[in-house]
Every structure is written in C-alpha cells, then in structure tokens.
Design a protein around this ligand. Structure first.
Ligand SMILES: [Zn+2]
Length: 120
C-alpha cells in the first residue's frame, strides 16, 4: 500500500490492449499529491519490452487517493500524446474505486472506454 502517497506504474501492451501493469516507486518529493516515475525505471521497462518483442510501454497509471479519477491540472501539464493515462480513485466517499483511461489528443484529455478481459 502506497497510501497516503499516490501509487504509480507503467502499462505494457499494444495500441489495442493493455496486458500488464508494472508497479513502480513513486519518486516524487511531493508523493502525496503527485507521482513521478524515475527515468531509469521507465527506460528499464522499454528495454525489457524490446527484449520480449510482444509488448511495448503504452501508458502509465497512478492513483488519486483523495479525489476522483479524472486528470488533474498537473496531469494535463505533464501529460504527453500517444500514451494512455489510467487513473484509479474513489468516485465518492462510499463508492468503490473506479479506474478510468485517458489519452491526450490535441492538448485535451479524451476518455477511452476500457473493458477488462480475463486471461485464458
Ligand atoms: Zn493525477
């Protein structure tokens, strides 16, 4: 459990499908309100994917421990195109956790509908 810090990690897969979520350390000095993945961790995953050959790094996930799973101003400022941003957070105080997926298209976060597929 990363609480109260935001958790984060990278998503591996293809343009159509995320097949794996890799938990990584949140190295932000302000980890209660933001997340940051160490460049070394990012490049290690890129390299591992290249060696595997069947997946690539297609996105990142992080949590909003105290707010809805929609992109914050910081997420917008630090986001970039062609990458999925999955955000997990509470919908309200007593509602269960929701996970929502966004991509930055022409400078605006656009939500994608995600569908969970169980392996096998
Ligand atoms: Zn965020």
């Amino acid at each position: 459990m990363e609480q109260p810090r935001e958790c984060c990690g990278l998503l591996l897969g293809s343009v159509a499908e995320i097949v794996e979520a890799v938990p990584l350390e949140n190295v932000s000095v302000d980890g209660i309100r933001r997340y940051e993945i160490a460049p070394a961790d990012y490049f290690a995953q890129v390299k591992a994917c290249r060696e595997r050959g069947d997946v690539s790094v297609v996105g990142a996930y992080h949590s909003h421990p105290r707010s809805e799973p929609v992109p914050s101003a910081t997420d917008l400022a630090e986001g970039f195109a062609n990458f999925w941003f999955l955000i997990a957070g509470p919908v309200s105080n007593d509602a269960p956790l929701a996970i929502r997926a966004f991509r930055l298209v022409d400078g605006v976060f656009t939500e994608d509908v995600i569908r969970a597929v169980r392996p096998g």
